[in-house]
Design a binder for this molecule. Structure first.
Ligand code: NA7
Length: 549
């Protein structure tokens, strides 16, 4: 391996293509940035990032829709590997908005001097394992070819936009846009009749903001959703001081909890708590707001009866907020357990339906038939629209990986190995794809967590593995088939121990994408447990992997 980066000449220009690198990293969000820092600055390797966008940020580069905001609390939405770095940044709100998160990631990239080793505007199209040379050959959309010993995908879990294949979209005479590909110059909805399709976390964030400027907003709801108020607000000086003075303690808590958030699930049971006390605890959690609502009782995501107490509480809140009883009934007609789909948090979502310029269309009662030049036609009528916002989510966890043509040993496409659903070991490696690591792909706790936490853990584990290989003169690492089979079984068992698979239409199951195999994608056993397993594997000489020269 190179001991210094051939690219590290300090020049503020795009790094060159063509040299053989120790590692290529795909994506410059949280994951790719930290992986570059670890390999280049800690191990002294020649590493480079290829990034499709014109800047760093990943998800936060693309998702610029109105109201885009992080659902993790700001003091925990950060890198934790450096106390100094954590103290050097000050968030302004309880939940940072997209522009502030993007500023934070640029701040980190500049502070660590990462941009000189990131090739921007470079979309990877294919990656092929060259068995003879023991190198990954990577090709980009602009025709560049790169070679590297290790290939690390840091492509994000939610970056392949799901634009529904609704007949007639091409005939629409107004403007349409997907929230995950929002134009940088913004969209001016003033005076327009807007239709919004989708009521997931994104739709719930953007509807209240769009309604403020649009002449009229029609929300097309296929599946009614729970949401808890975020209670976003500027941080007080006192809280800022707390966050700065307790960086290490907050990071320790994030690493110890099931979901990487800076709070533990209560260990009391909803069922064992007397109804009046339970109601008071839910009231307090509702007043406090945020994802912590889910942690009010320890059995909410594992016991259906316990879950029903949370679900009924939220349904009652919806009916209490929304004045029109018909609209309230549609919004509260939720068909899955609370938090079995990703639980949104909001800033005035249900209240938005009390505005005169907002209407709800229940697609279960009147499915979309087609898009016409003038709007959306359901089985009941045509809704006249000037603009359509697709808040329809992503081909999650596997979409961005399979969008690249990745081929392992024997020219085998990853898509073939994953035909019936993704298979890997620890979420990190696929048998037959030596020296390819995935950060927060399927089989990782990933999207069930506060994302920086699994990202840092994966990056540090991968860095440790590569360091061990360097120190022992090994050139190849590959997951063993039996280890991969055992991990797939563990991922399935972990999901089965929760209520999560009960939301049959969730993107956790791949169910939002027509034709995608229905498999529970992330590891639901908890981040803390996952970390223990990975540490054990490393301590046992990378048990389940074959390291060879
Ligand atoms: P989600 O959570 O996948 O939500 C997408 C929404 O779009 C959801 O309400 C879907 O209904 C709806 N949808 C998708 N396709 C269609 C079609 N064809 N017709 C009507 N409605 C449709 O994506 P988000 O962007 O909101 O959130 C993704 C993650 O980003 C989120 O979980 C956070 O982690 C951040 P469905 O429920 O499938 O019936």
């Amino acid at each position: 391996m190179a001991t210094t980066s051939p690219l590290a000449n300090g020049a503020a220009q795009q790094p060159q293509a063509g040299v053989i690198l120790d590692a290529l990293i795909i994506g410059a969000g949280f994951a790719g940035m930290y992986q570059l820092h670890c390999l280049r600055d800690r191990l002294g390797l020649a590493a480079q990032v290829l990034e499709a966008a014109a800047g760093v940020g990943g998800t936060w580069y693309w998702n610029r829709y109105p109201g885009a905001r992080c659902d993790s609390e700001s003091h925990a939405y950060r890198f934790s590997f450096s106390e100094e770095l954590a103290r050097a940044w000050q968030w302004s709100e309880r939940y940072p908005g997209q522009p502030e998160v993007l500023r934070y990631l640029n701040f980190v990239a500049d502070r660590l001097d990462l941009k000189r080793d990131i090739r921007f505007n470079t979309r990877v199209e294919s990656a092929c394992w060259d068995e003879a040379a023991k190198l990954w050959q990577v090709s980009t959309a602009s025709g560049e070819r790169h070679r590297a010993r290790f290939l690390i995908t840091a492509v994000g879990c939610l970056s392949s936009a799901n634009i529904p294949d609704i007949p007639g979209l091409e005939s629409f005479e107004g403007r349409w846009v997907h929230t995950g590909q929002w134009p940088h110059e913004g969209v001016d909805f003033r005076g327009l009749r807007v239709g919004q399709v989708g009521t997931g976390s994104t739709g719930i964030q953007c509807a209240p903001v769009i309604a403020e400027t649009a002449a009229h907003l029609t929300v097309f709801q296929r599946t009614a959703n729970y949401s808890v108020p975020a209670r976003n607000a500027p941080l007080t000086d006192e809280f800022k001081r707390y966050a700065r003075d307790n960086v290490a303690e907050i990071s320790r808590t994030m690493r110890a909890t099931r979901n990487g958030h800076p709070f533990f699930d209560a260990d009391r049971s909803a069922l064992a708590t007397p109804p009046e006390e339970r109601q008071a605890l839910y009231d307090a959690a509702w007043a406090k707001g945020g994802l912590q609502f889910r942690a009010t009782f320890g059995d909410i995501i594992s016991n259906l009866e316990a879950n029903k107490t949370a679900a009924d509480f939220i349904r009652a809140k919806i009916r209490g907020i929304v004045r029109d009883p018909v609209t309230a009934a549609k919004l509260a007609d939720i068909d899955h357990p609370y938090a079995a789909k990703r639980p949104p948090i909001d800033s005035g979502y249900f209240e938005t339906f009390n505005r005169d310029n907002v209407a709800l269309v229940d697609l279960r009662a009147e499915p979309i038939e087609r898009i016409t030049p003038r709007g959306i036609r359901t089985s009941r009528k045509e809704y006249a629209l000037d603009a359509i916002v697709f808040a329809t989510g992503f081909d999650g966890l596997t979409g961005s990986l399979l969008a690249m043509d990745i081929r392992g040993r024997g020219d085998t496409p990853l898509g073939d190995v994953w035909r019936d659903g993704p298979r890997n070991y620890l979420g990190l490696q696929v048998t037959g794809f030596p020296n390819l690591f995935m950060i927060t792909g399927p089989g990782s706790p990933s999207v069930l967590c506060n994302m920086p936490v699994p990202i840092e853990q994966h990056v540090e584990w991968i860095t440790g593995c590569i360091a061990r290989m360097r120190d022992t003169g090994m050139r190849q690492v590959e997951a063993r088939a039996e280890a991969m089979d055992a991990w797939v079984a563990k991922v399935n068992a972990a999901a089965a121990a929760t209520l999560l698979p009960m939301a049959a239409h969730s993107w956790y199951m791949g169910a939002n994408i027509p034709g995608k195999p229905r498999v529970f994608l992330p590891y639901a056993g908890g981040m803390a447990r996952y970390r223990e397993i990975c540490d054990q594997v490393a301590a046992n000489h990378y048990e389940g992997f074959t390291l060879s020269d």
